[in-house]
Design a protein around this ligand. Structure first.
Ligand code: ZN
Ligand code: ZN
Length: 317
């Protein structure tokens, strides 16, 4: 089926690294996109230009497969759909935040406010994050016709098909797409840094355990050793096993460090522990750091290593 896969990196001013959009097509099949980049006029014109370099036109896009709901991955879906009529697919657990972006944005901002209080984040930082989130409202638009997909589903795109793998953790509706030996992994599996877990979705709970389970799910794929990984950020690579083992180890060590920090008898919030782990965090990183520590505390609490002393403070068990 001689499919061509083109990687298009779309920069964005809000998060560290550019987001990858992958365009898949061949002579018999119109282009299908994996993710879209952030929803700004600049990224739309960049995408238009890059696609034309590969002989593809924006208006010919047949389908858009979203790995998850974050605006740097899904932000352009509505604009692209308006121009091409493309079908947009997203896992059912991330569907509402994509399909009803505007009305959910307000609700999710409220959930972040509550989450940050749980994590012990100081009020002035809560305010700053609130302002930042208000700006995020401009970076996407609702896609009411988005179609819900689920684990194990097969999507036909022209003369080829992709298998949907639900990989909750980074977000509840995070999905990877398997196309032969190519795995489009979104933010679930990244080559150089570990995607945040805990702070990047506050609509459900227990993200760390889900994330670790979702990594095991990839390890259990029959062709895992020969898989080529096409990540949401950074460069593709082959054989995800060493990288997954490293991420699993990273989280084991992080959990040990948290237990060690609490071992001297202090009672601390997730934010205070994050400061001890990462030093002084700024802006959005406070949210990411504290959220991830809290995700660990949830697991450590369920395993009996730590206990909750007050609603937001933890101590060694
Ligand atoms: Zn993400
Ligand atoms: Zn991302």
């Amino acid at each position: 089926m001689d499919l061509e896969v083109h990687q298009i990196a779309i920069p964005n001013p809000y998060f560290e690294s550019p987001t990858n959009v992958f365009c898949i097509h061949n002579a018999h099949s119109p282009p299908v996109l994996i993710d879209t980049g952030i929803g700004t006029p600049e990224s739309l014109s960049l995408l238009r230009h890059e696609l034309s370099q590969h002989g593809c036109s924006l208006k010919d896009i047949a389908a858009i497969l979203l790995t998850h709901k974050h605006v740097d991955h899904s932000g352009l879906a509505r604009a692209l759909q308006e121009e091409s009529g493309a079908a947009v697919y997203v896992h059912s657990d991330d569907w509402a935040d994509v399909a009803c972006f505007e009305e959910r944005h307000e609700k999710v901002s409220q959930l972040y406010l509550e989450a940050m209080r749980r994590w012990g984040v100081p009020e002035e930082i809560i305010l700053a994050v609130g302002n930042l989130r208000a700006r995020f409202a401009q970076l996407s638009r609702s896609v009411p016709t988005a179609q819900k997909i689920s684990d194990g589903q097969i999507l036909r795109c022209g003369d080829w098909e992709v298998y949907v793998l639900h990989t909750p953790g980074h977000t509840q509706g995070s999905a990877c797409f398997l196309l032969g030996e190519k795995l489009f992994s979104g933010d679930h599996l990244l080559p150089t840094y570990t995607a945040n877990v805990g702070a990047t979705d506050v609509t459900t709970k227990g993200h760390l355990e889900k994330f670790l389970g979702s990594l095991q799910k990839i390890l259990a794929l029959p062709n895992v050793a020969s898989l080529e990984i096409y990540p949401g950020h950074g460069q593709p690579w082959t054989d995800p096993r060493p990288r997954i083992k490293k991420i699993l180890k990273h989280h084991r060590e992080r959990a040990e460090r948290i237990v060690q920090i609490l071992s001297d008898g202090q009672t601390l919030t997730a934010f205070e522990i994050a400061q001890k782990l990462f030093g002084r965090l700024k802006d959005y990183h406070v949210l990411l750091g504290a959220g991830e520590v809290y995700a660990h505390l949830e697991v450590l609490e369920s395993q009996g290593y730590v206990r909750r002393v007050e609603s937001y403070r933890f101590a060694i068990a």
